[in-house]
Design a protein around this ligand. Sequence first.
Ligand SMILES: [Zn+2]
Length: 410
Amino acid sequence: MVGEDVAEPASERRGAAEAAAEGAAAAADPDEVLRYARALIAAPSENPGGTEDEVAEVAEGILADLGAEIRIVRSDEGRPSVVARIGSGERPRLAWNGHLDTVPTGDLSTWSSDPFEGAVVDGRLVGRGACDMKGPIASALAAVAAIRRAGLSLAGTLDLHLVADEELAGIHGTLVLHDHDLLDQDAAIVGEPTEMEIALAERGGAWVTAVAHGKAAHGSQPERGVNAILTMSRFLLRLEEVLPERVHPLVGSPTVNVAIVAGGSAPNVVPDRCEVEIDRRIVPGEEDPEEVLAPFRSLVDDLVAERPDTRIEITLREWTEAAETTGDSAIAATVRDAIAAETGSPPPFVGFTGITDARYYINDAKISTVIAGPGSLSLAHTANESIGVDEMVTAARAYARTFIGFLGVG
Ligand SMILES: [Zn+2]
């Protein structure tokens, strides 16, 4: 009987929430999304090489106009993250994370327009950070603006985390927010470019240093020395043997890449040292650095067995965890429904091949988190980086639906 009593109000509430989501999505303004994105791009925040101060100020200005409660949280080096609260302050609470820093522009002659001008070419906004990820941030800001323009206010609370330093591991950005106990939401979205697919897992990385030691000799008498570069070459040619046979359903297999090589001192000297930096990407489930390093060491043992003068040291320079979250969460369902309402079909659950700040929410703060944003990762970090203006608008509409769907209207 009780069930019957509440059945109608509940469906009325659902109907009202759906109408609110429709209204907010319809209120998203394409000119506004573009204006926000261009303003963010015009404030350089190259990392390494710059700071996020100027772009943080731009974001702060937009958020102040949107009535957000704003706080700037700085790392011990002074790098700023913008933390903005919209809504009632009550639960449920949702975090939306986007990074304010970008990779450097690289050689300017490889760009067809000024990377900070924000040129629009054939419906695409071009600039450093266009898809990674000032464009996605513009979409989230425009979603907040649309909700406001539609005359709605959120029943729960949206916390925007516009952070410093993601490109160099988030030590001065999202990690600082975590250290300030600011990662305490019920769910989170990281808006990295996924072409509005929903990523539930990301790979991590083990940066491994290998040093081959040889014996110096006169270059005219190589037989008197042990050439460390040749020792290293034998190791590198068999490097793929360090990979386990392991496939993750969303992010695929681990990979290994030799990134930097250094060795030798003069053309007429047998080199006694060769050092390489290796990037071994790990998949969710690979949690023990020793387990990842063990095959590197057994490969060295094999080489020693073949040639006793082989000496190679293996050390772990840096370890970044992989992360994985479930597709059964309320946030995954809400984002999926919101995107489906805009595109006509539910987006697939996928994996993200890069590393993002999602790991801080998932692993450290134990928050259900999805990665979903406009733009393509394949254009991130490139010359002439770009994002479709229509992609940003679709994302703004989908985010508006998501914020209302997850947080309700009050
Ligand atoms: Zn990014």
